[in-house]
Design a protein around this ligand. Structure first.
Ligand SMILES: Nc1c(C(=O)O)ncn1[C@@H]1O[C@H](COP(=O)(O)O)[C@@H](O)[C@H]1O
Length: 136
């Protein structure tokens, strides 16, 4: 069974993460959820990805504000990384959305929309990837 990793930049992103984990649980898709920040705990994030990436089929990274997290994860692994901007702060997620979409070439982050719909689509997208892989 393919397992998904969800990482968020803060425990304060948990409500948004829950929108996705409820669906994954309904679909019986296994996942792990970690709170790790590129800005706040870079060394810990690097160590975790290096030691555990092999376990996962894809990684969903959820973050608000100046969202370095998905891009940094994409620089540490060749696994597909899906970014979900959280609707927080003065700019309501526009800042996070732009950080995730404007990645330099060769370090892709598949970025979804801001907030709940983005989180839902991230897990729907992963489900499609898994189902297409299983058809092969
Ligand atoms: N964007 C990032 C990163 C990162 O990109 O490494 N680390 C935390 N954050 C974001 O900061 C917001 C506020 O975090 P706090 O509520 O902990 O202050 C969260 O939405 C988090 O994802």
């Amino acid at each position: 069974m393919k397992k998904i990793l969800i990482v968020s930049g803060s425990k304060s992103d948990e409500n948004l993460v829950k929108v996705g984990t409820e669906l994954l649980e309904n679909w019986e898709i296994q996942y792990d959820y970690k709170v790790l920040s590129a800005h706040r705990n870079l060394k810990e994030l690097m160590k975790f990805i290096e030691e555990n990436e092999k376990e996962y089929f894809a990684i969903i990274a959820v973050a608000g504000l100046a969202a370095a997290l998905p891009g940094v994860i994409a620089s540490l692994t060749q696994k597909p990384v899906i970014g979900v901007p959280n609707e927080v702060g003065t700019l309501k997620g526009i800042d996070a959305l732009l950080s995730m979409t404007q990645m330099p070439g060769g370090v892709p982050v598949a970025t979804m929309g801001i907030g709940k719909h983005g989180m839902k689509n991230a897990v729907y997208f992963v489900k499609r990837l898994i189902e297409n892989e299983e058809e092969k």
